[in-house]
Design a protein around this ligand. Structure first.
Ligand code: MN
Length: 229
């Protein structure tokens, strides 16, 4: 047995809907642009270029109902409402036709972004890492197993800030459906149980200011609300 010099860190995890057990998180991947209207609002051409990915630390996950400190080094924290895919079966070079077999469940997520830091990174051709992968940057609602809800291919996805509707899209408008996202990602990395994939956001991203609450909701899934102080 391995002896560690210091106690091992706690394993990050997310809630499972109506369960006392939790889903251990291994890694977090995010799709860059997966809805044409959001690609356009960010100044990009939404033609079907291959999907691209970035990551967040596994311990960035936050449960529904969290109250968080407003993140440092930003004055423009943005919400991004996203469908989260939880991988339950390992695989590499997965065929899109087989890809959904690797999904354990789905959740609602918020890909929090320090937009001003991201814009500066783009401008200076530097990495996005700290614009996207900061502490508590991955709120995630309760995970719903595929065995109970199947695979959502359409359904309304929204973000509200203090009750005001900000984002209002449909999962059917993803440029790359979940199966294609898994297939592409598995060509770059070996996926394994515990990996989460945030699958991109529709148009309407915008700021959350101190004192506000943001709720992301998807038809048929538990919502996730996060408050910033
Ligand atoms: Mn995103």
């Amino acid at each position: 047995m391995v002896q560690f010099a210091l106690p091992a860190a706690t394993i990050p995890s997310i809630a499972i809907f109506e369960s006392t057990t939790r889903f251990a998180v291994r890694r977090i991947f995010c799709v860059g642009r997966n809805y044409a209207d959001h690609a356009r609002e960010m100044g990009n051409d939404p033609d079907r270029e291959p999907p691209f990915f970035f990551t967040k630390p596994a311990d960035a996950v936050v449960d529904d109902g969290a109250t968080l400190p407003y993140p440092p080094q930003t004055e423009n924290l943005h919400h991004e409402a996203e469908l989260v895919v939880a991988i339950g079966l390992a695989g590499v070079d997965i065929n899109a036709k087989q890809a959904l077999r690797h999904v354990w469940g789905y959740a609602t997520g918020n890909d929090l972004t320090r937009r001003d830091m991201q814009a500066a990174a783009k401008e200076m051709r530097r990495p996005w890492d700290l614009a996207k992968g900061f502490d508590h940057s991955a709120p995630c609602g309760a995970l719903h197993p595929v065995s109970e809800i199947g695979h959502p291919v359409q359904g309304r996805i929204t973000a509200h800030v203090d009750g005001a509707l900000r984002q209002d899209g449909d999962l059917a408008d993803m440029i790359w459906p979940v199966a294609d996202v898994i297939a592409y990602l598995s060509c770059s990395v070996a996926l394994a149980a515990g990996d989460l994939i945030y699958t991109g956001t529709p148009a309407g991203v915008g700021p959350i200011i101190r004192g506000q609450s943001c709720t992301v909701a998807i038809d048929g899934l538990s919502s996730v609300t996060t408050t910033f102080i």
